[in-house]
Design a protein around this ligand. Structure first.
Ligand code: GLU
Length: 505
C-alpha cells in the first residue's frame, strides 16, 4: 500500500468554551501534522443538537487564531472534503447507515426509553448486546412485516451496531501500544436516531475520518473506551486498509495531581482553564481566559506542549518551530500530566523577557490608558525595555513598578521611610548642586549625564544617588538614575529635583 499523506483532525463538539485540554490536543495534532508535512483539518461535531451552544464554534476558531495554530482545511477554512460541519452531512451518514443495515451489521430497534428503563430495572447490569438483543423490540426479534409496519406508521427508531461477541479487538495506540479488549464487554451502540435524522457521534466520527482520509487520530484519553468500537466500525465498513493509527493523550490532572482537572480548580485557585474569556450564553456566567489574563500565546503553547511530553532533555523554552522538530508522539506519557499553573506563569515571565519591547508595548499602553496616562509608543517601549528585567509574570504587573515614569512623586506623596533614610539637612544643598550640573548639559543622554555627574562626584565626594531617586521616584524602586533622567528629559528631571527641595527642605 502506498504511503498515505499524513492527515489529522481536531474535531470538537460546539458545546461550550474550548477547554485547555482540548487546546493541548489540537496543539499535538498540529505539531504532528507539521513535522510530517501533513494536513490538519478542523471539523465540527455537532450531531448532538441538545448540547449545541451558540457561539461555541466561533469561540473555538478565534481561540486558535489567537494562539497561532493554523488549520489547512475545515469549517471556515474550506477544502475539498467538505462540508466540515457534521450537521451539514446528514445525507452522507444516511447512506452509510443503510450500508451497514443491508450488510446485516446493524439493525433497527424500536424500544422506547420507558421500555429500556423497565429492562434495566428487571435485569441487573443490563446491556443491549448479543445476550439480550433478542428479548428486545428490534428488526432481529420482529418479522420483516412488523418492522415495516412500525416504520410506516411513524414509530421512532434507532439503528444499533450489531457487535459480535467473543472477539479480541486490538487498538494500535502510538502511546499505549496495543490495547486489546474483548468485544463481549461492548454494547450494541446506537449509530443513528430517526427522531432527528442524525447519526450519533460514533458513526459520524468514523465515516468522516474515513472520507476525510484521516491517517492518525490524536485525542484525549477519555476517548480510549470508544476506540475498540471505532475499530469494529472501520472493519464493518470494510475500511481496515485505511484504519487510522490512534494516540490517546494523557489526562490533565489537578494542580495537586489528584484527579482530573476541572473548571472548578481554576475558579478555586485563580487560573483560567479556557484560552479566551467565555461568556456562557445560558447561565450568563463569565469565565476567565488566558488571553484576557495577560498570557502570551507563545507561552501558553509552550506550557501546554510540555504537559504529557518532553524532548528528553532539560530544554523547556521552545519556539513552535522547535516543538515541531522535537515533538515525538510515541514519547508522550501514559500517566496523567499535572496541570502546574504556576509553571504556566513562569513560562509567561520567560516569554516576556524574550519578546521585543515593540511587541509588548501595545499591551502596556492599554494598561497606561486605563490608568489615565497618555504616552507616546516610543516612551511606552522605553519603559517596557527598562522594567521587564524586573521579572514580571504579566505585563499588567509593570504598572505598580513604574507608575513614577508618568506621575511625579509630589502627586502621590513621597515614601516616608525612604525619605527619612536618604534626605537630611545637607541634602537640599547637594541636590541644588546636582541640578546645576545637569542644567548645564545640552545633551541629556545617559552617557553625557554620566560624564558630568561622575566628574562632580569625584571632585566633591558627594553621593547623590539615593536623594536623586527620592526626587524622581519618591521611593526605592526604579531603574538606573541616568536612564530614568534621560527618559524624563532635562526639564522634568530638574522640575522634580526642585520640587523635592521645596517640599522636603
Ligand atoms: N467530538 C469529539 C470531541 O468533542 C471528538 C473526539 C475525537 O477526536 O474522536 O472531542
Amino acid at each position: 500500500m502506498a504511503e498515505r499523506k499524513v492527515r489529522v483532525r481536531f474535531a470538537p463538539s460546539p458545546t461550550g468554551a474550548l477547554h485547555i485540554g482540548g487546546v493541548r490536543t489540537a496543539l499535538y495534532n498540529y505539531l504532528f501534522a507539521r513535522q510530517h508535512g501533513g494536513e490538519f483539518i478542523f471539523r465540527i461535531e455537532d450531531t448532538d443538537s441538545n448540547r449545541f451552544v451558540p457561539g461555541a464554534e466561533e469561540y473555538i476558531i478565534e481561540s486558535f487564531k489567537w494562539l497561532g495554530i493554523h488549520f489547512d482545511e475545515g469549517v471556515s477554512f474550506g477544502g475539498e472534503h467538505g462540508p466540515y460541519r457534521q450537521s451539514e452531512r446528514r445525507d452522507i451518514y444516511k447512506k452509510y447507515v443503510q450500508q451497514l443495515l443491508d450488510a446485516g451489521k446493524a439493525y433497527i430497534a424500536f424500544d422506547t426509553p420507558e421500555e429500556l428503563d423497565a429492562k434495566r430495572a428487571d435485569i441487573q447490569n443490563f446491556q443491549y448486546d448479543a445476550s439480550t438483543r433478542l428479548m428486545m423490540r428490534n428488526s432481529l426479534s420482529l418479522s420483516q412485516e412488523e418492522v415495516k409496519s412500525l416504520i410506516d406508521s411513524g414509530h421512532q427508531y434507532v439503528v444499533r451496531f450489531k457487535i459480535e461477541p467473543g472477539e479480541d479487538v486490538c487498538v494500535h495506540d502510538m502511546i499505549r501500544g496495543d490495547v486489546v479488549i474483548n468485544s463481549s464487554i461492548l454494547d450494541d451502540k446506537v449509530l443513528y436516531k430517526s427522531a432527528d435524522e442524525l447519526p450519533t457521534y460514533h458513526l459520524a466520527n468514523i465515516v468522516d475520518d474515513h472520507l476525510m482520509e484521516v491517517t492518525h487520530v490524536i485525542r484525549g484519553e477519555e476517548w480510549l473506551p470508544s476506540a475498540p468500537l471505532h475499530v469494529l466500525l472501520y472493519r464493518a465498513f470494510g475500511w481496515e486498509d485505511t484504519m487510522p493509527s490512534f494516540a490517546h493523550l494523557p489526562l490533565l490532572l489537578k494542580p495537586d495531581g489528584k484527579g482530573k482537572l476541572s473548571k472548578r480548580d481554576g475558579d478555586r485557585l485563580g487560573f483560567p482553564v479556557f484560552p479566551l474569556e467565555w461568556h456562557d450564553p445560558k447561565s450568563g456566567e463569565v469565565s476567565s481566559g488566558y488571553r484576557e489574563s495577560g498570557y502570551l500565546p507563545e507561552a501558553v503553547l509552550n506550557f501546554l506542549a510540555l504537559l504529557g511530553w518532553n524532548p528528553g532533555t532539560e530544554q523547556e523554552i521552545m519556539s513552535l518551530d522547535e516543538m515541531i522538530r522535537l515533538f515525538d508522539i510515541t514519547k508522550c506519557s501514559k500517566a496523567g500530566a499535572r496541570f502546574d499553573y504556576v509553571k504556566g506563569m513562569w513560562f509567561n515571565k520567560e516569554y516576556i523577557l524574550l519578546k521585543d519591547n515593540k511587541e509588548l508595548a501595545p499591551a502596556f499602553d492599554e494598561i497606561l490608558r486605563a490608568n489615565g496616562i497618555g504616552a507616546s509608543m516610543e516612551q511606552v517601549e522605553a519603559v517596557v525595555g527598562m522594567m521587564k528585567m524586573k521579572k514580571i509574570n504579566f505585563i499588567k504587573d509593570l504598572w505598580p513598578l513604574c507608575d513614577f515614569f508618568f506621575i511625579a512623586p509630589e502627586n502621590y506623596t513621597y515614601d516616608d521611610k525612604f525619605v527619612r533614610k536618604n534626605w537630611n539637612e545637607t541634602t537640599s544643598a547637594d541636590m541644588k548642586e546636582l541640578a546645576g550640573v545637569l542644567s548645564a548639559l545640552d545633551d541629556f543622554s545617559v552617557e553625557s549625564q554620566q560624564k558630568a555627574v561622575e566628574k562632580w562626584v569625584e571632585t566633591t565626594g558627594k553621593k547623590p544617588w539615593n536623594p536623586w531617586r527620592v526626587a524622581l521616584v519618591g521611593t526605592g524602586k526604579g531603574p538606573d538614575m541616568y536612564e530614568l533622567s534621560a527618559f524624563l528629559g532635562k526639564e522634568e528631571t530638574l522640575r522634580r529635583i526642585n520640587k523635592a527641595i521645596e517640599i522636603l527642605k
